[in-house]
Design a protein around this ligand. Structure first.
Ligand code: GTP
Ligand code: MG
Ligand code: ZN
Length: 299
């Protein structure tokens, strides 16, 4: 399995290791793969050959078909997506949160929401935020790497999935969480700074880490503004609130975008309906991109 990517090298972990064989190999790609235009991502299962045992080097010859693919951050074969959002520093932003959730939903995998830095919010405010997120369809797991809240349930839930991806905006504390969960892991963490309390893009590459047993988790670089899917008709299944409504009472029109179509039976009394609508309009090119942490131009 590819566990990390660096400029021209892939770090590959072997499934079965004989005594003489190193566990991890630094690999290049067969040019044939490049010619076929086949990209290789972290999480991919690959075949290696030309193993140089003494230098722990090899060459990736082929890539197995993927079970799932998360576009950004790019991770192949994930089994669970964990979207991490901070209650503060950086401030909770419903538009940005939704963009991460939409990207995660596009994989059709189970999407979990983790609320980080709960030590920074009063219990009543935290309770209100939880209620909101439950109504979105994402009952959050509350955690704090400082107070230790929620770390055991999180460890338990990650240990039950073969490959979890921890993703979310920069500075929400993804790497800090993994440091708190995995003994001996010493990932670099950054400060949150500036008027907007943004993270500093401390984690630069997707990298897999081992948990108990065979479970792995991917730490990923935070970014600020995931893209929307390209077809507005794909949006309805990416909002759990809308999805469950349509499951019970399908809209009578094919290709309805559930905006102002006369006779469309979709309810509008849910918090994220305006976000849904702005996303549809953005994709139709009718309006400017909706608010939400815009990228600082760094990535
Ligand atoms: N108050 C509080 N601060 C935290 C907590 N977890 C992390 N932090 C702080 O938040 C800052 C950012 O943490 P990181 O772990 O680097 O965040 P990240 O999500 O990995 O950021 P990127 O790698 O840039 O995507 C650091 O200054 C941490 O000390 C927490 O539970 N509570
Ligand atoms: Mg990080
Ligand atoms: Zn409709």
């Amino acid at each position: 399995m590819v566990v990390a990517l660096q400029a021209n090298y892939l770090e590959v972990e072997l499934d079965e290791v004989q005594e003489v064989m190193p566990k991890r190999l630094l690999c290049t790609r067969r040019t044939r793969l490049n010619h076929r235009g086949e990209a290789v991502f972290v999480g991919d299962r690959v075949w290696v050959e030309a193993i140089d045992v003494s230098n722990a080097r090899a060459v990736v010859a082929d890539v197995e078909p993927r079970q799932s693919f998360l576009k950004r951050p790019p991770v192949a074969n994930a089994s669970t997506i964990v979207v991490a959002l901070a209650v503060d520093q950086p401030a909770f932003d419903p538009d940005q949160a939704s963009r991460f959730l939409l990207t995660a939903e596009r994989t059709s995998l189970a999407v979990h929401l983790v609320l980080t830095k709960t030590d920074l919010m009063e219990p009543e405010a935290l309770e209100r935020l939880c209620k909101r997120l439950e109504a979105w369809g994402y009952p959050p797991l509350l955690v704090s790497s400082i107070s230790g809240l929620g770390l055991s349930p999180l460890r338990h839930s990650l240990a039950n999935s073969s490959l979890s991806v921890l993703c979310g905006p920069s500075g929400v504390g993804k790497s800090s969480l993994l440091n708190a969960l995995v003994p001996g892991l010493d990932l670099r963490v950054g400060v949150v700074s500036g008027r907007l309390q943004r993270g500093r893009h401390t984690t630069r590459h997707v990298e897999l880490h081992r948990l108990e047993g065979d479970a792995r988790v991917a730490d990923t670089p935070g970014f600020n503004r995931p893209e929307l899917p390209d077809d507005p008709r794909n949006l309805e299944i990416l909002f759990p609130e809308l999805r469950s409504q349509l499951d019970q009472h399908p809209c009578r029109f094919r290709d309805c975008l559930h905006r102002d179509e006369p006779g469309c039976g979709v309810r509008r009394d849910w918090e994220r309906y305006p976000i849904y609508r702005r996303a549809v309009e953005e994709l139709l090119g009718l309006s400017r991109p909706f608010r939400g942490g815009s990228d600082s131009g760094r990535r």
